[in-house]
Design a binder for this molecule. Sequence first.
Ligand SMILES: Cc1cc2nc3c(=O)[nH]c(=O)nc-3n(C[C@H](O)[C@H](O)[C@H](O)COP(=O)(O)O)c2cc1C
Length: 198
Amino acid sequence: MKQILMIEASPRGKNSASRSVANALADLYPSAKLMRRDLAAEHLPHLDEITLQAISTKDLAEAERLKDAARQSDQLTDELLASDLLVIATPMWNFGIPSAVKAWIDLVVRPDRTFRYADSGVLGLANDKKAILVLASGGVFTEGPWRPWDFVEPYLRQILGFIGIVDVQTVRVEGMNIPLLAADAVPKAIEAVEELAL
Ligand SMILES: Cc1cc2nc3c(=O)[nH]c(=O)nc-3n(C[C@H](O)[C@H](O)[C@H](O)COP(=O)(O)O)c2cc1C
């Protein structure tokens, strides 16, 4: 593994289950170059009119004129494309991803950079990398009655697949709001991460 892009979204610092597991994961690749994007510290903007225009125009002169508006999206997209492993460590919030993660997705899922419309349909252009999802939740979503409420893993797998990332593994830190499960959730997830890295 040469280059890892780690997307972290929990604002809970050292108390964050997803961050604890993501840190353990990063420790398993000491020789990899690690690029961290802390979305809780860095407030990525929502797409506005000029940014949208800047990142979607096919007119080279217009792209040049609007290049400042595209800069942040360009940089985030370059980081993603340069990585061999993408790690998304995120809490479940209201059964989905935090809006900070959605803001990052909106800035990197870009026509002609990470996907392209082809005769055969959509072609993902980020297809040379793997992803690991570290997903923390208060409840349990891998089984049982709440399973259909999980809009985190299905959405992330779908959108990553759209840009060509289909080698996706998931590590769950679940039951954080269930006292009987919470105590073991992080150590269990760290064990799972260690197995992934083997
Ligand atoms: C705003 C907010 C919304 C949450 N929504 C859910 C939810 O819909 N389902 C769930 O199981 N847990 C929910 N939780 C619990 C978190 O997913 C859980 O505390 C998890 O450990 C957070 O990840 P972190 O420890 O990395 O911050 C929510 C927590 C917060 C603060």
